[in-house]
Design a protein around this ligand. Structure first.
Ligand SMILES: Cc1cc2nc3c(=O)[nH]c(=O)nc-3n(C[C@H](O)[C@H](O)[C@H](O)COP(=O)(O)OP(=O)(O)OC[C@H]3O[C@@H](n4cnc5c(N)ncnc54)[C@H](O)[C@@H]3O)c2cc1C
Length: 446
């Protein structure tokens, strides 16, 4: 039996960060991380294996991340947690005792009940090197690819599948728009136009009813009765919390089927067991209601909180804001917090401020891209509830600035006086800075 002060189960986004946060505060503690994979993928990089990056091996989290932070690694699948004995056991018989345990077992892809899903060349988005390697090999010579699901995973897969591959790619999305759960309709339309421009076919308000073919997929049947040819089908419709191990250990499971935790990431059942990342239940920053958001950025924030709180309570989880971004070709889209649609569904009366300007100045600077910022404020008190953005690559960090403004509960008036730094080659002009302009226009309406 190995003896650890802290055992962490899970080696992707949340697990290592929880271990590192603990070691930064308690360098004397022995942290053992147990994960089932030989090699761990950068989960968010998976779609890029099929285009930009080119192989699973170029999309790995290096094990040096653990060794450089003094974390010991055991490769093996944990099959049992004995909370009385404070130990965990792997399938191959390794036993690790712990003082504190962190569950970071993540999520698993959702399977839809579509007939024919078990046919050859129908793939789900698994975080598994060998599986993705096989998928990449299969995709090398194919002509027709159907992606089921137009959320960010489906959209990224579709866009990447067009790179270095002469294939017809179609997205089938059940909702009226791709990316509808993350963006307001005007951004969804812009994203769909980008996809179409890049020769990806987008079918919305359509459901795949069946996957056709003998052993191997040959096509899909749509809800309107039409059929599409398909050599490969990719199912990218989201994930569910991987909480079975915790449930088996008697830990309380929440409404979203994730492990219930308090604001300090402690499980509700056992103060020595913490959970973070996709396997842990989340609460909305805005309403406090359970949230189904699952993002690596959320996972690592929760892991920092869990890691810091293991031996003393130090950090509190404010709830998930949800900061999301993606890119189609050279056009990027993002949202932080609530969209206008969701804010209204939550009962807020809203005031909108919008501004579009280049993200360099003058606009003739190399790499400049027109960048649109839409800010959503509560009419009642002027608080920033959310922001949607489309533009060039610079929007990735702009989303994070908007998130900071939401997190620290800034009002339209405060955002309008935000003190930014600007440079012609790096940012928008201070005269037409989109964030402050959008806020100032909203102030005028409040
Ligand atoms: C294609 C794709 C693209 C994405 N893009 C983005 C993005 O751009 N931005 C973003 O923020 N998020 C993105 N996400 C979401 C993000 O990947 C997840 O939120 C993140 O991976 C969660 O990290 P995690 O550590 O909680 O869980 P996971 O990544 O699911 O990792 C769980 C870990 O636990 C291990 N494990 C599970 N059970 C056991 C066991 N019994 N014994 C031992 N080990 C076990 C697994 O092997 C794994 O190492 C994307 C997801 C996908 C699938």
């Amino acid at each position: 039996m190995e003896k650890a002060d802290v055992a962490v189960i899970g080696g992707s986004a949340a697990g290592p960060v929880a271990g590192i946060s603990c070691r930064r505060r308690h360098p004397e503690k022995k942290v053992i991380l147990i994960r089932k994979e030989e090699q761990v993928l950068v989960p968010c990089g998976i779609p890029y294996i099929f285009g930009t990056v080119g192989s699973p091996e170029k999309n790995l989290i290096p094990d040096a991340l653990l060794s450089n932070n003094g974390i010991e690694l055991i490769k093996g699948e944990v099959v049992e947690i004995d909370r009385d004995k404070k130990s965990v056991s792997t399938i191959s018989g390794d036993v690790v005792s712990y003082d504190k345990l962190v569950l970071a077992t993540g999520s698993l892809p959702i399977h839809l009940p579509i007939p024919g899903l078990d046919k050859e060349n129908v793939f789900i988005v698994k975080k598994d090197v060998a599986y993705l390697k096989n998928m990449l090999d299969v995709m090398s010579g194919v002509k027709d690819i159907v992606v089921i699901g137009g959320g960010f995973i489906g959209v990224e897969f579709a866009d990447e599948c067009k790179k270095n591959r002469d294939a017809n790619v179609t997205i089938v999305e059940i909702l009226p728009h791709c990316l509808q759960l993350a963006l307001d309709a005007e951004f969804c339309t812009e994203a769909e136009n980008m996809l179409t421009e890049r020769d990806v076919k987008v079918l919305t308000s359509q459901r795949v009813e069946a996957i056709l073919g003998d052993n191997k997929v040959s096509g899909v049947k749509l809800s309107d009765g039409k059929e599409l040819k398909a050599d490969v089908v990719i199912l990218g419709v989201g994930a569910r919390p991987n909480s079975e191990l915790a449930e088996k250990a008697g830990l309380q499971i929440g409404r979203t089927k994730a492990i219930q935790v308090d604001r300090y990431m402690r499980t509700l059942t056992d103060p020595n067991v913490f959970a973070c990342g996709d396997c842990a239940e989340k609460y909305s920053f805005f309403s406090g209601k359970p949230s189904r958001l699952m993002l690596a950025s959320i996972a690592t924030t929760e892991a920092r909180i869990a890691g810091a709180n293991l031996f003393n309570t130090r950090c509190r989880n404010r709830g998930v804001i949800g900061v999301f971004s993606t890119i189609i070709g050279e056009r990027a889209f993002g949202c932080a917090g609530l969209t206008e649609t969701v804010a209204k569904q939550e009962g807020f009366e809203v005031v909108i401020g919008e501004s579009t300007a280049p993200d360099r100045h003058p606009g003739s600077m190399p790499g400049a891209a027109a960048t649109k910022v839409k800010l959503i404020f509560s009419k009642d008190n002027g608080l920033l509830l959310g922001g949607g953005v489309s533009g060039g690559r610079s929007i990735g960090e702009l989303m994070n600035v908007i998130s900071a403004c939401i997190q620290y509960r800034m009002t339209a008036y405060e955002v309008s006086l935000f003190q930014m730094g600007t440079h012609p080659a790096l940012t928008a002009s201070p005269i037409v800075y989109q964030l402050t302009t959008a806020a100032e226009l909203a102030v005028a309406k409040l």
